[in-house]
Design a protein around this ligand. Structure first.
Ligand code: COA
Ligand code: ZN
Length: 296
């Protein structure tokens, strides 16, 4: 199992009050202490689009990278690529969506234009031997256009894989999917010949269906899930999107399923409490409130 932590990036990007670099770096360290090996650290996007992550250059310069831990960053264009190179990253993500309207709001491009913009980014990543991922947002529903066809998801995923990304992450950006939707969309992706090992699922728990969706995706053979410690998250360009699936809730479920993932729940809860302290609000996640469960 791979748990791909998005808390420092997706989790914090929508927070309006400024968060210090020290608090962000501490969060990332606590996540690594808990055993997470993939921690999406920040975004090299326009500071006007995402003010909270405007400190990405300094954050990456100060981040003490641990061996065996991958710290991917979001890169939307060549400007972002230059910043990523200057920061000596070795893993990046490009991001588009399955709906035209969300892509226009989020990155001010059509889906086709976004794929063109990513081509030099991904090809440079490959030349450098960096790991790369492509996001397909709004794969289950779009805040602007509503229904999203699974054919559109497959089409965008295939185009990203053709660019050469190592994997695609399929996002329920506004948290509307249920298990039947997961069977429909993941079924279409697998049916198009995309291996389960090239797919990650990115669920938001807006309506409380994220863990049911994880269970369904597990049954379909998916082995990588995105999650945010403390359950934070949202996107300024996705009105109505609430928190990501909380990493602590995911870890608990995987433990009960007997699946190994390398994360220590108690230590993860230390990171979750750090987030809640930093944001000045109580932890809203189930396992964050109840803790794990050990037989006496
Ligand atoms: N890093 C820093 N600044 C950047 C940048 C980057 N990667 N890309 C563009 N900019 C700056 C430009 O220099 C320009 O600044 P200026 O107005 O001060 O000269 C401004 O941003 C606009 O640039 P432009 O090329 O016209 O882009 P745009 O306005 O069409 O925006 C994106 C396109 C992709 C840069 C922007 O929409 C973006 O960063 N979106 C990210 C959204 C996001 O992260 N969403 C959450 C993840 S799902
Ligand atoms: Zn998310």
């Amino acid at each position: 199992m791979r748990i791909y932590e998005v808390g420092p990036r997706d989790g914090l990007q929508n927070e309006s009050a400024p968060i210090s670099i020290d608090a962000k770096l501490r969060f990332i360290d606590l996540l690594a202490d808990a055993g997470l090996r993939e921690i999406e650290a920040t975004s090299f996007v326009s500071p006007r689009a995402i003010p909270q992550l405007a400190d990405a250059d300094e954050l990456m310069a100060r981040l003490e990278r641990r061996p065996g831990v991958r710290y991917p960053v979001l890169v939307p264009n060549e400007r972002g690529l230059e910043r990523a190179e200057a920061a000596a990253v070795d893993a990046l993500c490009v991001f588009t969506a399955a709906s035209e309207e969300f892509t226009a709001h989020n990155i001010n491009m059509s889906i086709a234009a976004s794929i063109d913009a990513f081509r030099p980014v991904v090809s440079t990543a490959r030349e450098r031997g960096w790991w790369s991922r492509g996001y397909v947002s709004t794969a289950f529903g779009c805040p602007y256009q509503g229904r999203v066809d699974e054919g559109a998801v497959v089409d965008v995923a295939l185009r990203l894989l053709e660019l050469g990304v190592d994997e695609v992450s399929i996002g329920d950006t506004i948290g509307v999917a249920g298990p039947a939707d997961v069977r429909r969309v993941v079924g279409a992706l697998l049916g198009a010949g995309i291996g389960a090992d090239r797919l990650a699922m990115h669920f938001h728990d807006t309506r409380g269906t994220a863990l049911a969706n994880v269970t369904t995706a597990l049954d379909l053979g998916i082995r990588c899930f995105d999650a945010s410690t403390g359950g934070t998250g949202g996107c300024p360009y996705a009105p109505g999107a609430a928190g990501n699936l909380a990493t602590e809730d995911l870890v608990y479920l995987l433990e009960r399923e007997g699946l190994s993932h390398g994360v220590d729940l108690d230590r993860l809860l230390v990171a979750a409490r750090h987030v809640s302290g930093t944001l000045g609000r109580p932890l809203g996640t189930k396992v964050g409130q109840a803790g794990g469960w050990r037989l006496p």
